[in-house]
Design a protein around this ligand. Structure first.
Ligand code: TRP
Length: 325
């Protein structure tokens, strides 16, 4: 069976962009592939190194969001990156063979630097982000990596590193291919990229009231000021939302918005109701999981032990091929 692997940084509760993008894909793939999903808490340190008191809590929040959205520990190996230190060892070894321009040119890291306003504040660890990510993937010899488009450049670097390693020491690793999710990335309520750090996201764990409030505050077509003004759905954030979680409503909304029959308030209410309905089951499940945190942590500890077995086998092979062991 071919193997998929993916990870998510644990920087807090997940939002609906994660749900309709990555998580729905994880749940779909877990029956078709030998699936490994992990919480990238070491990658969280690339930007959150100055408030590490939240790392453990954030890890648990991600676990709750994953399990509530249908990721099944019976079907997937679920684990925590820092519990498998072999990733870090392999990262060090790979860093020796990676020319610095490969990481310096990385567009995904450049985007992070821009979005987070980091400027000169870029650590060596952040620069090495794609090398750690490469280790995450290849230490399990994963064939496919389900990710969003923003991660594609990381994967190109991963494949380059694999080719270089295989060329230098022998054919050990498959070149990991991205599996792009079908949904375009969801914008945040302000129209920018949905992100916790931009404070424009709708969380899986939000209440129905919070969700409605956020949607009601969203920016729509600036030219549509009064109810009967004609709208331009193509540039409207709420219309993009309808396209993702209210597909059947789209033709009517488009027509009524463009003709000026449908006002933004009514359109947003419909959107919020639809989203709340879709999230109801997930939110209920999350609530019930919250009372069993210890059990949830155990699921990930167990998965980490299983992952560690695979990872340490690969690390042994690497050390022997590099003639260190
Ligand atoms: N960079 C990914 C993200 O921000 C998280 C990640 C870390 C990852 N290591 C990975 C994803 C390995 C896929 C495979 O979403």
């Amino acid at each position: 069976m071919e193997r998929v692997l993916s990870g998510m940084r644990s920087t807090g509760k997940l939002h609906i962009g994660h749900l309709f993008g990555a998580l729905s894909n994880y749940t779909k793939l877990q029956g078709q592939y030998d699936s490994y999903y992990f919480i990238a808490d070491l990658h969280a340190l690339t930007t959150d190194y100055d408030h590490t008191d939240e790392i453990k809590r954030n890890r648990i929040e991600v676990m709750l969001d994953w399990l509530a959205s249908g990721i099944d520990p019976e079907k997937s190996t679920l684990f925590i990156q820092s519990k498998v230190p072999e990733h870090a060892y392999l990262t060090l070894l790979l860093s020796m063979i990676v020319p610095t321009p490969w990481v310096e040119r990385n567009t995904t890291v450049k985007e992070m630097i821009r979005d987070l306003g980091l400027k000169e504040n870029v650590s060596y660890g952040l620069l090495g982000y794609p090398i750690l990510m490469t280790s995450d993937i290849i230490i399990y010899k994963a064939d496919y990596v389900p990710v969003g488009k923003d991660q594609v450049h990381h994967l190109e670097i991963a494949r380059e590193i694999v080719r270089r390693f295989n060329g230098l020491y022998g054919n050990l690793f498959p070149e990991p291919q991205p599996l792009l999710t079908e949904f375009p990335s969801l914008p945040g309520v302000d129209g920018r990229k949905m992100s916790k750090s931009l404070d424009n996201d709708i969380k899986i764990a939000d209440t129905e009231e919070e969700t409605t409030k956020k949607i009601m505050s969203a920016i729509t077509d600036p030219a549509k000021i009064r109810l009967h003004d004609k709208g331009h759905p193509a540039i409207c954030t709420i219309f993009k939302y309808h396209g993702v979680f209210n597909k059947e409503g789209v033709p009517e909304i488009k027509q009524n918005c463009e003709s000026g029959q449908l006002g933004c308030v009514a359109c947003k209410k419909q959107c919020a109701a639809k989203l709340n309905e879709l999230l109801k089951g997930i939110r209920e499940k999350r609530k019930s999981l919250e009372s069993n945190e210890q059990e949830i942590i155990e699921i990930f500890e167990e998965g980490s032990r299983k992952a560690k077995k695979v990872a340490s086998e690969t690390l042994k092979e690497v050390l022997s091929m590099m003639k260190i062991d």
